[in-house]
Design a protein around this ligand. Sequence first.
Ligand SMILES: Nc1ncnc2c1ncn2[C@@H]1O[C@H](COP(=O)(O)OP(=O)(O)OP(=O)(O)O)[C@@H](O)[C@H]1O
Length: 252
Amino acid sequence: MMEKSIEIGDLNVYIDKNHILKNVNLTIPNRKITCIIGPSGCGKSTLLKSFNRLLENTENVKITGRVLVDGENIYAPHSEITHIRRKMGLLSQRPCPLPMSIFDNITFGCRIHGIRNRKKLKTIVEHYLREVGLWDEVKERLNTPASRMSVGQQQRLCLARGLAVEPDFILADEATSALDPISSGIIENLFVKLRSEYGIIMVTHTLRQARRIADYVVFMYMGEVIEAADAAEFFDNPKHELTKKYLTGAFS
Ligand SMILES: Nc1ncnc2c1ncn2[C@@H]1O[C@H](COP(=O)(O)OP(=O)(O)OP(=O)(O)O)[C@@H](O)[C@H]1O
């Protein structure tokens, strides 16, 4: 089977006439952790949002170019948004559990996609809570509100909720920056475990985090992709002057 990937071609994004993403050409590999790094405001989140058409919620946005997910241009006129989003699990900076029980949080997406059988839903809940290492912590209180969990647990719950709809990719926007070091480490370790099954794309502003877990690195500066390479190559043998400066901490 052909490996799924995200291919970005001549992607330009304008917001209020500001040129935010400048002619981005890039292939994001599947079954690897890709870290998008670069200084604040360089367009990391905008690039991530372009992968599941989240930018369309922004006012005065204009997007040109292609994003091919699994060979399909998600910006083609007849492309359907639910179908695209199903391929992408999204993890935001702050955990955002739905205002319902732990159980219902996990099954929310499945129910939208038509799974109603209670026994099947129970199996799904246990499977994905185990996948994120939460089962033993919460199995006795599946029907209590998710909001009562700790922030770190909530973030793992949100990850489990995303996984439950069986996406191909996980998009994580600084998904550990609001967490304490222990919870943050748990999420990092989960990403490392999950990369055998999913393409994980994470925006991070900590270079150290990228050094710890990235397989592939995309370095952006002022809306442009300056350099994209396998992590070992990127960190040990950067090609571009700007990359070298960024890695030595000349700017951050
Ligand atoms: N909704 C919006 N309206 C206007 N400008 C926006 C909007 N979203 C992003 N921008 C602008 O686009 C540029 C890129 O923003 P983006 O959030 O993608 O950068 P980033 O690299 O993720 O930054 P950070 O690391 O600070 O989160 C910034 O100049 C920002 O001000």
